[in-house]
Design a protein around this ligand. Structure first.
Ligand code: ATP
Length: 364
């Protein structure tokens, strides 16, 4: 009997449904090749368009279904013209992170040599690191709490022992897992600004405490400004990076830039009991409905989901499917004749996903 997983699917707004449909098709194709696992997709309404029609951005029933699901696959939510009465944008994905306590934002940066990256790589310079962004506190904790007077604005950064301990344990375990599988060098770098702020000295101290429990991994420290420099000058030195929310927000876009743009940047937001997988980009309302959106980041996020479910449930076939899906995307992404418009090609979303399906068939 296959192990069945329920996936809560949030298609969301803008290009969301356009990139989600071919991604679900690829997942269907993969699961048909095995009797070890199966996936049931549960489409959940939420987002700016849903809010515009119903007055609710994340209905309670969708939240329940997300909580009950084995994993959550999300495309993109939010539209610039649809806002709450206070003027802020509709972003149920942030609400999901809060309610499900998804403290670890995982942003893999894997740079395929070729035309996409702005870096000039020598033959042996492989870039494959993971940036982990704390996703529930840091400076973002202040969202909606900041104080603004006529003369002064203040926002407060928050670092707690409880969340940092979970974050660092997660990060060290990921470094160990990568090292075991021959993917990483067994190094983890805590990125902070401990030379200036007490909160970051505290963050670093908690990192060092966790390091004591992971003797097989080398724990380093780096300041965030130097890290930005090195991500451009010598990104191949990194394996796992772990950092505060705001620093992670900025560095993950730099990582996406190294890969060749947001169109190739997947992500996962992971907690102790739940996980959301979604592309780093937004709903791209300027191209919604045109059928030209790049589906790569969405497909790579689905690959991360397969890897997470497979690893947690001891299903090697699922982990293998994840690798095949990822390799298929990278194979297509370096071929100018098969890429979508944002990567310089002329292919539609559906045609691009079709090339990924063809590449996948070669790996099967
Ligand atoms: P958010 O704040 O929700 O991240 P945003 O407004 O910063 O959203 P996006 O929605 O990501 O940004 O869009 C930024 C630009 O990138 C737009 O020009 C958009 O068309 C383009 N873009 C984003 N995602 C894709 C995609 N998958 N395929 C093609 N172009 C994309």
């Amino acid at each position: 009997m296959p192990v069945n997983f329920t996936i809560a699917v949030f298609e969301g707004d803008g290009i969301g449904p356009e990139i989600m449909a071919p991604t679900l098709h690829l997942l269907e194709t993969l699961q048909q090749q095995t009797t070890d696992y199966s996936l049931s997709f549960d489409t959940c309404p939420a987002g700016a368009d849903w809010y515009a029609h119903t007055g609710e951005s994340l209905p309670e029933s969708s939240m329940h279904r997300a909580r009950d699901a084995d994993a959550i696959l999300l495309a993109a939510m939010g539209l610039p013209d649809v806002r709450y009465p206070d003027g802020t944008e509709i972003s149920p994905q942030i609400e999901l992170r809060r309610q499900l306590n998804l403290f670890a934002g995982v942003r893999p940066v894997r740079v395929a040599p070729g035309p996409r990256t702005p870096l000039k790589l020598e033959g042996n310079q492989a870039i494959d690191f993971v940036l982990i962004r704390e996703s529930t506190e840091g400076l973002f904790y202040s969202q909606g709490r900041g104080e603004v007077t006529a003369d002064c604005a203040e926002e407060t950064l928050r670092i707690t022992r409880q969340t940092s301990a979970k974050l660092f344990r997660f990060a060290f375990e990921l470094a160990e897992q990568r090292h075991r599988s021959g993917q990483g060098s067994g190094t983890i770098t805590c990125v902070d600004k401990a030379n200036v702020f007490r909160a970051f000295a505290f963050f670093r101290k908690l990192f060092d405490e966790e390091a004591q429990h992971h003797k097989s991994i080398t724990g380093n420290h780096a300041y965030v400004d130097a890290t930005a420099l090195w991500m451009v000058q010598k990104p191949w030195i990194f394996d796992v990076l772990v950092t505060e929310n705001m620093f992670g927000d900025i560095l993950s876009d730099l990582g996406a830039g190294l890969m060749g743009g947001l169109g190739l940047a997947p992500s996962a937001d992971i907690g102790e009991h739940h996980a959301v997988f979604q592309p780093c980009h937004g709903s791209a309302p300027d191209i919604a409905g045109l059928g030209i959106a790049n589906p790569f980041a969405m497909i790579l996020s689905a690959a991360m989901m397969l890897d997470w479910l497979g690893s947690h449930n001891h299903l090697p076939v699922m982990v293998r499917h994840s690798q095949q899906l990822r390799d298929a995307v990278y194979q297509v992404a370096v071929n100018d004749a098969q890429t979508p418009r944002d990567l310089g090609g002329s292919n539609s979303t559906i045609a691009t996903a079709g090339y990924v399906e063809q590449a996948l068939a070669e790996f099967a």
